[in-house]
Design a protein around this ligand. Structure first.
Ligand SMILES: NC(=O)c1ccc[n+]([C@@H]2O[C@H](COP(=O)([O-])OP(=O)(O)OC[C@H]3O[C@@H](n4cnc5c(N)ncnc54)[C@H](O)[C@@H]3O)[C@@H](O)[C@H]2O)c1
Length: 438
C-alpha cells in the first residue's frame, strides 16, 4: 500500500514509521519545514524510545520518505492519514479542528484515483462526516471514502503500542475502504490483534470514551490517596487490593500529582463539551476535569505545608518536568502548575529532567537547570519528585542526603520507600502513604 501521513508529530511520525515497517511505502508530510529538514538529515525532532532506529532502517530500505507539501504523496496514495494536532480551542474547551479541516481541504485538491482518507487525529464525533463534506464540496467527482481510525498509542511506549496494540478500532462504511484498511493492518491480523469495525461515529466516540475512562481511573485513585493520607491507610496496598480484582485491573491505579499530557486534559474537555451540546452531559467526566485541575494546583501547597508553611528563600530541587517518563512532552504537565506556584511563594527552583529541559526552558521562565539528579539535590532544602523517570528510582538516598542542605523529600510519584527514607533520616512525604505515628 502507498500511504501519505499528513502531520509528522508524535502520532504521525510513529505511525508512519511503523506502517513502513509493516512493508508499506510511506511519505510523512509536515508543514513545519524545520521538522522535515531534520528528518531528512536523519535527526528525530521528538524523543521517543526506539524511533531513531525505526526511522533510519525504513529510510534506508526506501519505504519511508518526508515532504513539506502533501500534493505528490497524496496524489499517488491508496490511503491518506490525517494525524495533525487537535488542541483545545481557546475559550470554550472544544477541540480546535482548524488543522484537520485545512488538511482535508488540501487533500481534496491533490486526490487522484480512489483514495481512502483516514482521520487518525483524535476528533469529536461528527468530524469524519465533515471531512467527507469538505472533500466532496471541493472535488465533487473525486473517488474517496472517509474512515475513522483513532490512535491509542502512549508516548514513551509508542512503537510497542503501535506494533502490538490491544485492538485496532476502524470506523468504516464501505467494503472497498474496509479492504484497504484490512490490507494496511494485515501484519497485525497475523498476530491476531482484535479489529473492531464500527461506523464512523462509534469509532470517534470510542477514542474519547477510552481516554475519559482512564482519566477517571487516575482521578479516582488520587482521591482515594487523599483519604488514605488522612486515615493511616496505604494507597499502594489499596490499589493492589482492588486491582487484583479482574473487573477493575491494576493499571492506571498509581496516585500522583494529577494527569497531564497531550491527550487526557484536552480530550476530557472536548468530550464534556460535545456531550453538553447534544444534551447528554457527562457529569462524571466534568467532575474528573475539575478535581484534576484542583489537584495540580494543590500540589504546590502540599510542598509548602511540608516545609512548615513557607518555601520563601528555600532552594527546591525538582526531579522530573515532563508529564510522564520517557518523553520530552511538556504539554499540560503538572510541573507547569507546581513550579510557578513554588516560585511565586519565594522558592528558588533547580530542576533536572532527562529529556524535558529544552522544552521546559521555553515554558518555565526563571528556572535553573541541573546537569544530573544529584546536581539538583546539591544544596537543596527540599526535593520534589514530579515525574517518575526510571533512573530516579536508582538514586542513592545516602548520597542525596549528603548533598542536600536539609534531607527533605516530597515524593509525588511514590518512587522511594517511605520506611527506608525515614530510617536514613529523611523527612519524607509520599502520596497516599501513612504518616509516621506519634
Ligand atoms: N501524542 C499522543 O500520545 C497521542 C496519542 C493518541 C492520539 N493522539 C492524537 O493525534 C493527533 C496528533 O497528535 P500529536 O501529539 O502527534 O501532535 P503534534 O503536535 O506532535 O503533531 C502534529 C503535527 O501536524 C503538523 N501539521 C498541522 N497541520 C498540518 C497540515 N495541514 N499539513 C501537514 N502537517 C500539518 C504540525 O506541524 C505538527 O508537526 C491529535 O489529535 C492527538 O490528540 C495523540
Amino acid at each position: 500500500m502507498r500511504i501519505a501521513m499528513v502531520g509528522s508529530g508524535y502520532v504521525g511520525l510513529v505511525s508512519g514509521a511503523c506502517f513502513a515497517q509493516f512493508g508499506h511505502d510511506v511519505v510523512c508530510v509536515d508543514k513545519a519545514d524545520d521538522k522535515i529538514a531534520q528528518l531528512r538529515k536523519g535527526e528525530i525532532p521528538i524523543y521517543e524510545p526506539g524511533l531513531d532506529k525505526l526511522v533510519a532502517d525504513n529510510v534506508r530500505a526506501g519505504r519511508l520518505a518526508f515532504d513539506t507539501g502533501l500534493a505528490k504523496a497524496v496524489g499517488s496514495a491508496d490511503a491518506v492519514f490525517i494525524a495533525v494536532g487537535t488542541p483545545t480551542r481557546r475559550g470554550d474547551g472544544y477541540a480546535d479542528l482548524t488543522y484537520v479541516y485545512a488538511a482535508a481541504a488540501e487533500i481534496a485538491e491533490a486526490l487522484s484515483g480512489y483514495t481512502v482518507v483516514i482521520t487518525k487525529s483524535t476528533v469529536p464525533v461528527g468530524t469524519g462526516r465533515e471531512v467527507a463534506r469538505i472533500i466532496r464540496e471541493a472535488r465533487p467527482g473525486a473517488e474517496f471514502d472517509v474512515v475513522s481510525n483513532p490512535e491509542f498509542l502512549r508516548e514513551g511506549a509508542a512503537i510497542e503500542d503501535f506494533m502490538k496494540p490491544d485492538r485496532v478500532v476502524i470506523g468504516v462504511e464501505s467494503s472497498r475502504a474496509r479492504d484497504v484498511m484490512a490490507a494496511i493492518y494485515r501484519p497485525l491480523n497475523l498476530i491476531q490483534t482484535p479489529m473492531v469495525f464500527t461506523n464512523i461515529e462509534t469509532a470517534e466516540v470510542t477514542k474519547y470514551a477510552g481516554n475519559a475512562f482512564l482519566a477517571t481511573k487516575i482521578t479516582f485513585i488520587n482521591e482515594i490517596a487523599d483519604l488514605c493520607e488522612k486515615v493511616g491507610a496505604d494507597v499502594h496496598d489499596v490499589a493492589r487490593g482492588i486491582g487484583l480484582d479482574g473487573r477493575i485491573g491494576r493499571k492506571f491505579l498509581h496516585p500522583g500529582p494529577g494527569f497531564g499530557g497531550s491527550c487526557f486534559p484536552k480530550d476530557t474537555l472536548a468530550l464534556a463539551y460535545t456531550a453538553r451540546e447534544v444534551d447528554a452531559p457527562q457529569t462524571i467526566v466534568e467532575q474528573v476535569i475539575a478535581v484534576n485541575n484542583a489537584r495540580k494546583k494543590h500540589m504546590a501547597h502540599k510542598v509548602i505545608e511540608f516545609c512548615d508553611g513557607s518555601v520563601a528563600g528555600l532552594t527546591v530541587g525538582v526531579l522530573g518536568l515532563t508529564f510522564k517518563p520517557n518523553t520530552d512532552d511538556m504539554r499540560d504537565a503538572p510541573s507547569l502548575d507546581i513550579v510557578p506556584a513554588l516560585q511565586a511563594a519565594g522558592a528558588r527552583i533547580v530542576a533536572f529532567d532527562p529529556e524535558g529541559m529544552k522544552e521546559a526552558a521555553r515554558l518555565l521562565p526563571g528556572l535553573a537547570f541541573a546537569k544530573t539528579a544529584y546536581d539538583a539535590a546539591t544544596g537543596a532544602d527540599v526535593m520534589v519528585v514530579i515525574t517518575e523517570w526510571p533512573e530516579f528510582r536508582g538514586l542513592d538516598p545516602r548520597r542525596l542526603k549528603q548533598l542536600m542542605r536539609q534531607p527533605r523529600i516530597v515524593d509525588l510519584r511514590n518512587i522511594f520507600n517511605p520506611e527506608e527514607m525515614r530510617g536514613l533520616g529523611f523527612t519524607y512525604e509520599g502520596v497516599g502513604r501513612p504518616q509516621p505515628r506519634g
